[in-house]
Design a protein around this ligand. Structure first.
Ligand SMILES: Nc1ncnc2c1ncn2[C@@H]1O[C@H](COP(=O)(O)OP(=O)(O)OP(=O)(O)O)[C@@H](O)[C@H]1O
Length: 657
């Protein structure tokens, strides 16, 4: 399929950039790709190298391609909806052909994993010979490679259609691909992939050059505002900045040639006249003429005059696309720890199966993040993810917060009533954090909602249907609560369809990778902060009672202390953290700050204790260290002061100021 342009234009000009035209024979493209494959030394009958990048390295690649990823992830989902149940999958790759992200039919995913259409695998021509991804990237054009056209025999069972993705500076930044079983080949797939790639490019465009003059044009006015409109961007003085594929096609010049042009060398009016034409309030399209004699209908975004600043890629979109892509999908939480990988593996199996999930783990281990990733990877991803922290809402308000209320249901109720969190999550996922803190009388109501899938807001006579996936989390031992009659057993069994436990940070084997990932996320664009080996060593020896949250908070401060460049050394770490380390590692050297003997409920020692015990242990330790100063202890643990106050009955009374 080619971009629908008016007849004369289409006849006058060749194919749109990044498109194989009718005259360009596919066999020629495949032939050239085979020659390249031979030159690269790829052996057709060999088993391809399906090794993946280490998860940690893949996460780095994803970070480095965040701009592409953010724009591509929502479009991939839409594309996947079009091809669902066709034994195919959608892949996003880097400009080098490394798979960044994939979405696919479950049955095909299994087969695909055998030919390694999976994140982290290299599908460049150098690695796999002729294939749609590698060849589309080499030729910078959309291409389908079907069955035996693949260079390697192992890939003959596939049919793949791929389009390169260009950034607003005309550079290839990645590729979008649909791969499937060669028997279910459909010739419309390539058109769908090309349109989707164009959608990604247009959205990147919309998010870039906020201070430029932006021209939207097409030979037919009804195509303005659609995917196929041309978009060209100029400085207010008329210098060319960028053009999407359709604009290059309509202007009859590739990106490189346009870079030498100005507005008035393309259109038969000066930039000042354009600014005047579109400076008013009307946004009706106007007809403009190209020097080539072709007329186009045009709308222009003319920004108020201001100092011109050259756009850079640091000029991130004003409004982030859809949602913050799926950097929080399950795949990106797997940074190499075997326990976390097992948790993710189990969660993937129950996605969309209507099985309630219970996440256990100490405070700050990432339970909330995991719940969101689970939601993002589900079919409910476009619906709300609503989190309720049962411990942070005063008991008297939980009922109204969860179930909502009708006007005048209780004193202090808002005039028009309020929709509760459960109803807000309708169609999506309800995340009940700290479920162990749910008051007993509400547990019965919650159980009824989960069983009957209906709620009745406070003061309302009628019931409302709700459809929610439920994920809950706790750091408490619910079995202990049941034994003490503080938690309903029937609710427990209703909630624990799949129970997973996130390891504490000190138990994780991918500790360094987590540190690097957090550090990267905390640095601004262009900022490079590393970590010195002695500090990493200190970190490894520490027990991290506040887990990833504590590490995150600590690194955030350290990054600010280091500045734009450099390595985090001990002097960049907060004093209280150093004091604590010192006290732990060399009590003999620090008589002024000895670590007191810990008084734990039950046996001494953290191992084998309930999560609750470990949390209390950490709180007690921090409070002692900070001489009862709750704010300082909370800060060190990375929790709120309320979290400590809520546990005050369980802590030795002399600890709190
Ligand atoms: N794997 C991870 N990668 C990056 N950041 C993480 C990870 N796990 C946790 N974090 C960060 O640590 C902080 C705490 O995470 P989160 O709120 O998910 O923990 P939690 O277990 O739900 O804590 P709590 O039990 O106190 O509610 C957040 O800032 C989160 O972004």
């Amino acid at each position: 399929m080619s971009i629908p342009l008016s007849g004369p234009l289409a006849q006058r000009q060749g194919p749109a950039p990044g498109t194989l035209g009718a005259t360009q024979d596919y066999t020629e493209v495949i032939g050239k790709a085979h020659q390249r494959s031979q030159r690269y030394g790829v052996v057709a009958w060999e088993r391809p190298d399906f090794s993946t990048s280490a998860q940690c390295d893949l996460n780095d690649v994803v970070e480095n391609n965040r701009f592409l990823f953010q724009y591509a992830a929502p479009v991939m989902e839409t594309l996947y909806e079009q091809i669902a149940n066709t034994h195919s999958m959608v892949l996003l790759t880097t400009a080098q052909g490394l798979v960044l992200h994939s979405l696919g039919d479950k049955d095909f995913l299994e087969k695909a994993s055998r030919v390694a259409l999976a994140p982290g695998v290299d599908w460049s021509e150098k690695a796999k010979g002729t294939n749609a991804i590698g060849t589309a990237l080499s030729e910078e054009t959309a291409v389908t490679v079907h069955g035996e056209q693949h260079y390697m025999h192992a890939n003959h069972a596939l049919t793949c259609s791929c389009a390169p993705i260009f950034n607003p500076h005309g550079q290839v930044v990645g590729a979008l691909d649909v791969s499937g079983d060669h028997r279910s080949y459909h010739q419309h797939t390539l058109a769908l992939v090309r349109m989707s790639a164009q959608m990604i490019e247009n959205q990147m465009f919309a998010g870039s050059f906020p201070k430029a003059v932006r021209l939207h044009f097409h030979a037919r006015p009804e195509f303005l505002g659609t995917l196929v409109e041309g978009i060209a961007v100029f400085t207010p003085e008329g210098r060319f900045l960028s053009a999407n594929r359709s604009a290059q096609f309509q202007l009859g010049l590739p990106f490189g040639a346009l870079q030498a042009r100005t507005f008035s060398s393309l259109f038969d009016l000066p930039m000042s006249a354009l600014l005047e034409l579109f400076g008013g309030t009307s946004d009706a399209p106007r007809q403009l003429h190209l020097h080539s004699g072709v007329s186009v209908w045009c709308r222009a975004d003319v920004k108020p005059a201001g100092p011109w600043a050259a756009p850079t890629f640091a000029e991130r979109p004003a409004a982030a696309p859809a949602r913050k892509a799926q950097l929080s999908s399950l795949q990106y939480l797997d940074t190499g720890d075997t326990q976390v990988a097992a948790v993710i593996h189990k969660l993937r199996k129950v996605v969309d199966r209507d099985i309630p999930v219970m996440i256990l783990g100490e405070t700050g281990t990432g339970k909330d993040l995991l719940a969101q990733a689970f939601h993002n990877d589900s079919a409910r991803a476009r619906q709300p993810f609503v989190a309720v922290n049962c411990a942070s809402i005063p008991e008297s308000l939980i009922e109204a917060e969860l179930f909502g209320y009708e006007e005048g249901a209780f004193t202090g109720a808002r005039k028009k009533g309020a929709i509760g969190k459960i109803a807000q999550a309708h169609g999506g996922t309800l995340f009940l954090d700290e479920i162990g803190d749910m008051p007993k009388h509400l547990q019965a109501r919650l159980l009824r909602v989960l069983q009957e899938r209906r709620i009745s807001p406070l003061g309302a006579g009628k019931e409302v249907d709700v459809d929610v996936a439920v994920v809950c989390a706790t750091h408490k031992n619910l079995k202990d609560l049941i034994a003490r009659s503080d938690f309903r057993e029937d609710l427990y069994y209703r909630l624990n369809g799949l129970v997973v436990r996130l390891p504490a940070l000190r138990e994780r084997t991918d500790f360094e990778c987590v540190v690097r990932k957090l550090l990267k996320s905390l640095c601004d664009d262009g900022q490079h902060v590393g970590i010195s080996e002695p500090v990493m060593e200190l970190f490894r020896s520490y027990h991290w009672p506040g887990n990833v949250r504590q590490l995150h908070n600590l690194l955030r401060t350290a990054v600010v202390m280091v500045g734009r460049e450099g390595e985090i050394a001990a002097e960049h770490l907060p004093d209280d953290f150093l004091e604590e380390l010192h006290a732990m590692q060399a009590p003999a050297l620090a008589p002024a700050c000895p670590l007191p003997e810990l008084v734990l409920p039950g046996d001494a020692g953290a191992d084998g204790h309930s999560l609750q015990d470990v949390t209390l242990h950490a709180m007690a330790q921090m409070l002692r260290l900070h001489k009862g100063n709750v704010s300082a202890a909370a800060k060190a643990l990375g929790v709120s002061r309320n979290t400590i106050y809520r546990k005050k009955n369980l802590l030795p009374p002399d600890l709190l100021n």
